[in-house]
Design a protein around this ligand. Structure first.
Ligand code: COA
Ligand code: ZN
Length: 322
């Protein structure tokens, strides 16, 4: 048996998997037409009603860079928080941390890219400058009692530079650990992750930053997002990001498309014997609401096909009579 399938490392069947819904952040940020604040809140509430508990609701970024998320404070003030809700938001800099500190947040997802060119495109500064500003960012968030998930974008490849060595990802993860991050999140910004690059990055981080919790954030740009989740499970990772309907994409990365789709991921996890706490039918309803609000067909497949055992009326299907 190869190491990839080694049962000693794998998440055992029956275990609880955390799925963090990032559609309201990663999804909405990539939509050109402004989604009214009350519609954003409706979608977040519908997602919580499906049983999802972890959600990245918005970003504290420049409203000139991402006008869609200029209403971050209003969205956070307007959403329902069911018991056990764990609400996060993306922060790229100190100004973002200061804004986040005034809001009801459980955690902040900071962002730096593993590749220089994408970091300059995304946050207009070199990697070293992002990392040095994170000292003040972490201080500010710690004082406010907000946990930090250290995000690393372009962790499996960069659309501008190509290969991103796992050692570079591990170096940033190690720095996050020194800063006091609770976890590190590997972002597959333009869907360049593959089972082998996922395994290499996880193992490099475990070596460089032992004990640091690893989260995985895949995009389905090349159709292998859920295969990468299977690799993550084989490597013992229990936390995955996904976006309702398969929304998502970074406006500052060439060729970026949607995240892995939350309903498709929940379907896979449940059919693989994992616990998610999510009602798939209710999640499909939330995806349909998101699709109605966004106003175009979304890439999610389970929202179109329905659960596996959905029964169709034979009267409604044509018979192939000769
Ligand atoms: N929230 C709101 N406004 C912010 C801000 C934040 N987090 N950070 C900076 N600004 C404002 C400043 O106050 C300043 O405003 P002013 O001109 O009215 O004084 C202006 O933006 C420029 O500030 P500066 O520090 O020079 O930022 P910049 O122009 O170099 O941009 C970022 C840097 C990080 C703010 C910007 O690149 C950004 O928002 N990137 C996020 C991209 C993103 O969301 N990508 C997808 C997710 S991975
Ligand atoms: Zn993303």
């Amino acid at each position: 048996m190869s190491r990839l399938q080694s049962p000693t490392d794998a998440v055992p069947e029956g275990a609880q998997i955390t799925v963090c819904e990032v559609g309201p952040r990663d999804g909405f940020q990539n939509e050109k037409t402004f989604i009214p604040t009350d519609r954003k809140i409706d979608i977040v509430n519908a997602l919580f009603a499906s049983g999802l508990r972890h959600m990245q609701v918005t970003s504290f970024v420049s409203p000139r860079a991402v006008p869609q998320l200029a209403d971050a404070e209003e969205v956070l003030a307007g959403i329902d928080r069911p018991d056990g809700a764990y609400v996060t938001a993306l922060v790229p800099n100190l100004r973002g941390a200061e804004r986040a500190a005034t809001c009801a947040l459980d955690a902040v997802h900071t962002v730096v890219s593993a590749s220089e060119t994408h970091n300059r495109k995304n946050v207009n500064r070199p990697i070293a400058q992002s990392l040095s500003e994170f000292e003040a960012v972490f201080d500010t968030l710690k004082t406010a009692g907000i946990a930090v998930e250290g995000g690393i974008a372009t962790a499996f490849g960069c659309p501008f530079e190509g290969v991103v060595p796992p050692e570079q990802v591990a170096r940033i993860a190690r720095r996050y650990q020194e800063l006091g991050a609770d976890s590190v999140s590997l972002g597959d910004t333009t869907g360049m992750a593959t089972p082998l690059t996922v395994r290499a990055a996880i193992r490099a981080i475990r070596e460089a930053a032992p004990g640091l919790d690893i989260h995985l954030h895949f995009h389905n740009t090349r159709g292998v997002g859920l295969a990468c989740v299977m690799t993550g499970l084989a490597e013992g990772v229990t936390h995955y990001d996904a976006a309702v309907g398969g929304l998502g994409g970074c406006p500052f990365a060439a060729g970026a498309t949607g995240n892995i789709c939350t309903e498709d991921l929940i379907y896979l996890l449940q059919e693989s014997g994992y616990a998610t706490g999510v009602d798939l039918e209710a999640l499909i309803s939330a995806a349909q609401l998101a699709q109605d609000v966004i106003g175009r067909s979304l890439p999610g497949q389970v929202m179109k096909a329905g659960p596996r055992l959905k029964r169709h009326d034979p009267e409604l299907t044509v018979t192939a009579a000769g």
